[in-house]
Design a protein around this ligand. Sequence first.
Ligand SMILES: *[C@@H]1O[C@H](CO)[C@@H](O)[C@H](O)[C@H]1NC(C)=O
Ligand SMILES: *[C@@H]1O[C@H](CO)[C@@H](O)[C@H](O)[C@H]1NC(C)=O
Ligand SMILES: *[C@@H]1O[C@H](CO)[C@@H](O)[C@H](O)[C@H]1NC(C)=O
Ligand SMILES: *[C@@H]1O[C@H](CO)[C@@H](O)[C@H](O)[C@H]1NC(C)=O
Length: 447
Amino acid sequence: MVLLSAVLLAQALSAAVSEPPSKWQVGRFTGVCESISQAVSSASSVYWPGSGEAYDADIFHYATSSSSQAACSVEPGKAEDIAMILGILAENKTPFAVKSGGHAMNPHFSSTSGVHISLSRFNEVTYNAEAKTAEIGAGLIWDDVYAALEPHAVNVVAPRMSRLLLLLKFTILKGGFNNFGIVTKFLLDTHPQPEVWGGSLTIAAEFFAEVNAATAQFSQTAVDPKAQIIASYGYAQGKLISSIMLFYDDPEPPKGTFDAYLVIPYLAKDVKTRSFLDLVRSAPSNGTQGLRGIYHTVSVIEYTDRVLNAIINETSFWGERLASGPAVMAYSSEPFLQTIFSHAAPNSSAYPPNRAIAPSPLSISYAWNDSSADEAMHSAARESAGQLTRVLSSEGQNVKDTALYGNYAIFGTPLERIYGSNLPRLRMLKAKYDPNGIMGLTGGWKF
Ligand SMILES: *[C@@H]1O[C@H](CO)[C@@H](O)[C@H](O)[C@H]1NC(C)=O
Ligand SMILES: *[C@@H]1O[C@H](CO)[C@@H](O)[C@H](O)[C@H]1NC(C)=O
Ligand SMILES: *[C@@H]1O[C@H](CO)[C@@H](O)[C@H](O)[C@H]1NC(C)=O
Ligand SMILES: *[C@@H]1O[C@H](CO)[C@@H](O)[C@H](O)[C@H]1NC(C)=O
């Protein structure tokens, strides 16, 4: 009987596509949603819970723990409507979320029980061949941007992995998250994009010593900015496994660049000359879709053999203890060149606060399926980062003064650990651009 009423209720709700909830269902924020619905232009829409695909797609996140049942979702169609919406939210002190692609995994960084703002209608890529620029809507994921630019054989400087969103950030303050307002489009320089070389290798645990040696060598000796790797250790279904992403920004890497990896026996290999878009799409980036999840991070200056062994130990230690059912624990090393931050002026972005050091973020990523395990997983991620920090310190790596990457850092991380000495300046800018603290009603790192 309960089940039947639930089904009938679901049918009733899905019939009411654009109708606001009936009286018995009115929640705390329904009135605010109605005000928004009346105020916005015809370019924008408001969707109610249970109304169907648009609402579901708006609040969807690949990590179920990063999705919340919002009072309504709003798809603004133009910037003027966003200003109007923010005015109504501010007046009513209504919590809200802003979501473009949905990459951050911290709970409530892009989800809310209040008003969910989806940027999905800002979804255009306009290439200007003369100016060598591309205007990019903030609701896109990078796959779509790469696909739109590929016919022009150009690209923008952007992430290597599939499905990453465009982060909310101000041009004057890259890395400022959503503290200053809502960005609806970006103007980026384009660069010629040749075919590239790369893909993934999957390697069994018996060859981890060889993987470590290759990663240590790459981390310590690489000088070619066109060469990049992501070396991951993962635990799933009772097994340890390594997955290596190799990338070279030309059709063939110079001889020797990745040999230390390529001589290791593999379980699977998908490495070849291909388009950039094909490479990005080949990365298995949605393997944990439908599970709960969290990221955390430590910043590594150099991947030594001892550091890499500690990472393997963490993967198996927490994997064996916590990864039951469809859980996945993964630790990914992303060794950057020491010169990576040398291309921009010292204070040109919020992160990293110190461009003289080039910390490589090790991403700690856990996925699981049972909400009762949330706390255990969160505290394991914190404990694991603590253990790795101790190992790095004992190796003489200056982890205390090295900023943590805000896209990976777990909620509760002190802002000083992400923004360091930039924080006072960021707080000043926040006071200037958002004097009434409207953006404080949404989740994320708050200055
Ligand atoms: C991941 O994406 C691919 C390609 O879009 C799709 O075929 C596959 O079903 C997805 N996997 C999950 C777990 O959603
Ligand atoms: C492995 O990791 C666990 C958890 O951090 C730690 O307690 C233990 O000392 C580590 N073992 C080695 C051999 O490093
Ligand atoms: C960067 O900002 C810091 C702190 O706000 C300031 O002390 C420093 O002079 C700035 N450096 C440059 C090169 O502008
Ligand atoms: C988690 O996954 C296991 C194994 O697939 C399944 O038996 C269990 O019901 C799942 N739990 C939840 C809360 O989804």
